[in-house]
Write a protein that binds this ligand. Structure first.
Ligand code: ZN
Length: 159
């Protein structure tokens, strides 16, 4: 399935460096992810244990976005999630996922993304200034709390 052919595919913005952000409806996104899973695409989040965890806790494996080359596609409900967008932008800039215990933005699990070792949120803001302004004020408070927690988390993981 090609995301760009979905009826809900909608380009939200183009960054200064040409990277584009698009959204698809939550429903189209879910069927896209399920198609990947059925096609035997074995990312960690498609494993049985990850799905069981998600089904029991509502947290974890279900991805929110994908980056293919210079195109970031996120589900509609996540289009103002700066942590997610900075993560996907990190992929567009060539960053790979971190180790699962490293609480960085490039962690594959969204609720593990507490620190920002490559300043990706800042880079995202600078590349998409107008788009970021549409949601940033509500996010900033969240980020300050997240950064404080991240310091503790990093101590824990490195001890
Ligand atoms: Zn990723």
């Amino acid at each position: 399935m090609n995301l760009e052919t979905l009826p809900s595919f909608n380009i939200l913005t183009t960054g200064k460096d040409g990277v584009q952000i698009a959204s698809v409806s939550d429903r189209d996104w879910a069927s896209f992810v399920n198609t990947i899973v059925e096609a035997g695409h074995k990312e960690w989040y498609t494993m049985d244990i990850a799905r069981t965890l998600y089904n029991k806790t509502g947290k974890g494996y279900f991805p929110q976005g994908v980056t293919v080359g210079k195109l970031i596609v996120v589900r509609e409900g996540a289009k103002s999630n700066l942590t997610l967008l900075a993560h996907e932008y990190g992929h567009a800039l060539g960053h790979e996922h971190t180790h699962a215990a490293n609480p960085d933005i490039m962690n594959p699990v969204d609720w593990m993304r507490h620190s920002d070792q490559h300043n990706l949120q800042d880079k995202f803001r600078k590349n998409f200034p107008d788009y970021t302004k549409t949601f940033i004020s509500a996010q900033q408070n969240h980020l300050i709390v997240g950064t404080a927690i991240a310091g503790l988390g990093w101590l824990y993981f490195s001890s």
